[in-house]
Ligand binder design. Structure first.
Ligand code: PLP
Length: 410
């Protein structure tokens, strides 16, 4: 780090400020986490220098014998974690992993089915401005009156529209997803069944959220959310799809893989195979339940009524505050959060009536039941009196005491 400081003091100042922000704020963004020092160290190695187009043992460049070892370790470990027949660890991101599946199985104009962004899906599952929405005919499913996935409507729409690909998975859905039900519908209509488990991957690795791998043709994920690895993507698949998916990633979509990131993925997957990872994920789940229950006790509504995962959507309307304002005032109190539309949100997407809260990051820094409960009360304290500067300052002081007690990187 001294080298970055000497070479580029201007950049170093920004890095230091970001480090301080990560230490001082309670991170509540459900898609974020703190990668381990070992994961970060692997990314800072000489593997960043290596071109390795192709796959282990079949490269288009010489000198790949050692990066082959790194990639094979990552592949073997992630297959072991999720019980997958085959894996591709080269996707640069979650979005690119999803695009690779589309490239492998679809042609422009084909029909796909995914969960609507407005009801919890991801933008790569068919949102109008995303490539998935521009190049394909999208049929979306959403939630029923109980704010649970409307499986009956999904099934009916699938039979009506005969999609070529059905996507299960979400970015803002707190409940367990019935992957077996999706798989049956996909089989009945002859669709490829893809699961995007990006949000839930860490919980699934620990065996405390349903594993989609036995049910799906292909499973995509990010590696940096609950799985707590470096930023990146992965694809798990049945052996019969390996060739199509690998060709879609390279040469279909990407050039050289990021070998330093793949090395860091290997480290993260090794960490995910350790018993401590399961203990960690169980605490993530416990912390999420405690936060949800505490917020309800303070007069807030949780979308879908509860959480069965690491995240929840909070309906703020009872407090007379928008998601946009809540994000800003909670940020002033050193709690980082993202505004998020709730089902049938009356506000615009840049304003919203809700926030999404997740517990992977707070749990990584060591928050247990007591600290999770305290955090939820601090959130409610802000939301009860969001325009009172003294209140915000008082909450910020309490947050700072908590975060000092639980340093992330020390
Ligand atoms: N899939 C889901 C379900 C996500 O929530 C996200 C990111 O938020 C992605 C894919 C995209 O991942 P990335 O940001 O790495 O492209």
């Amino acid at each position: 780090n001294i080298l970055v400081e000497q070479t580029d003091p201007e950049l170093w100042a920004a890095i230091l400020a970001e480090n301080a922000r990560q230490e001082q704020h309670i991170e509540l963004i459900a898609s974020e986490n703190y990668a381990s020092p070992a994961v970060m160290a692997a990314q800072g190695t000489q593997l960043t220098n290596k071109y390795a187009e192709g796959y282990p043992g079949k490269r288009y460049y010489g000198g790949c014998e050692y990066v082959d070892v790194a990639e094979r370790l990552a592949i073997d470990r992630i297959k072991q974690i999720f019980g997958a027949e085959a894996a591709n660890v080269q996707a640069h991101s979650g979005a690119q992993a999803n695009e690779a599946v589309f490239l492998a199985f679809l042609k422009p104009g084909d029909t796909i089915m995914g969960m609507s962004l407005a009801e919890g899906g991801h933008l790569t599952h068919g949102m109008a401005l995303n490539m998935s929405g521009k190049w394909f005919n999208v049929v979306s499913y959403g939630l029923n009156e109980r704010e649970e996935i409307d499986y009956d409507a999904m099934e009916r729409k699938a039979h009506e529209s005969k999609p070529k690909l059905i996507i299960a998975g979400a970015s803002a859905y707190s409940l367990a997803i019935d992957f077996a039900r999706f798989a049956k519908v996909a089989k009945d209509v002859g669709a490829i069944f893809m699961v995007d488990m990006a949000h839930y991957a860490g919980l699934i690795a620990a065996g405390i959220y349903p594993n989609p791998v036995p049910h799906a043709d292909v499973v995509t994920s990010t590696t940096h959310k609950s799985l707590r690895g470096p930023r990146g993507g992965v694809i798990l698949m049945r052996a019969q799809h390996e060739k199509a998916i690998n060709s879609a990633i390279f040469p279909g979509l990407q050039g050289g893989p990021l070998m330093h990131v793949i090395a860091a993925k290997a480290v993260a997957f090794k960490e995910a195979l350790m018993p401590e990872f399961k203990t960690y994920q169980q605490q993530v789940l416990t912390n999420a339940s405690i936060v949800a229950e505490t917020l309800v006790s303070r007069g807030l509504r949780i979308v879908s009524g509860r959480t069965e995962s690491h995240l929840m959507l909070v309906d703020l309307r009872a407090k007379g505050i928008t998601g946009k304002e809540a994000e800003a005032v909670l940020g002033s109190a050193h709690m980082t959060i993202n505004k998020n539309a709730i089902p049938n949100d009356p506000e615009k997407p840049m304003v919203t009536s809700g926030v999404r809260i997740g517990t992977p990051a707070m749990t990584t820094r060591g928050f247990k039941d007591e600290e999770a409960r305290a955090t939820a009360h601090l959130i409610a304290d802000v939301l009860d009196n969001p325009r009172d500067a003294a209140n915000i300052e008082a909450v910020r002081a309490k947050v700072n005491v908590l975060t000092r007690r639980f340093p992330v990187y020390g």
